[in-house]
Ligand binder design. Sequence first.
Ligand SMILES: [Zn+2]
Length: 194
Amino acid sequence: MPYPVAHVMFFVLCICAIAVYTILVALLRRDISSKNIIQILLLLLVGGFFAEFPDIPAVYNILVNGTMEHSQIGPIPTHSLLFSSSAILFGTFIGYMIYREFGKAVYVGLFAMSASLAHLLLDDLSRGAIYYLYPISSRAFSVSSYMDVGIARVNFIRYLMASYVLVFFLFVVIMMALFALDHLGFEFRYRPEK
Ligand SMILES: [Zn+2]
């Protein structure tokens, strides 16, 4: 499992790369107020926190129980789509505290959910087993582990499916983050030449 900092960096610098680029350009052009900077930092803080969301029980268990057990809250595996998606609820609550506006709060929730799903993605890429289909199935697996064992040695259909599923998962997580950011003050659009 990657270090916590790696999860935060993966989400902020890779999934939200275009947002980081936009912020840097605005800073260089001095086209941004200190109030905007505080709001962007808060948003990145929310993203960074939820990039760690599935590992929160690990921190709790180390501090309270002194064990390294890290992937369950009661019967629910935290490294599952079900648990990670619940970040939308907590994120919306935090978003409401930041903006005092339900419309914007939902987008903060979506941003948080994207960060939490990005955590699963990075764990999967580093061969961590994820309970993707919990509670339908309690089998944990890593999609990326099916991708690089050589076409000849695995079922070809499974190899192909794993490649598509992982890339599509990454695409969905990035789109979710961009969609949320687009409604939180960032603007990504094509400027056609006149
Ligand atoms: Zn993890």
